[in-house]
Write a protein that binds this ligand. Sequence first.
Ligand SMILES: [Zn+2]
Length: 121
Amino acid sequence: MNTSDHAAALLNAVHVPNDAGEHDVAWDGWEQAHEAWCERLDAYRQTPEGQERIADLDRRVELAEGLVRTAEAPAGVTCELCGTPGSLHRTPARAPWYKTLCPACAERAGYVPAAEAHGAA
Ligand SMILES: [Zn+2]
């Protein structure tokens, strides 16, 4: 893997979107440390312990992703304050906070339906 591949992989790992706009990425100062780290990691991945631990990490990530997927759907339609059916609401501010709320909790908390608030701020 060359340095630009490493930089691309690192940018991907920190989730810098392609449309993030102009940004100056200067990796030169970290290049040696980064390459040394990658070599250590690659060597560790080849050991039985490394392979076992990476497989364990993969299983944990898969489990966590499954838990997140099963929680996302109910979270989007359940009021986070009282547990009754709800929908996405936001504060009317220009830089709003968002919550999934039922109409009663939304009114008490000063939130408005997110869909109706578009363009109103
Ligand atoms: Zn509620």
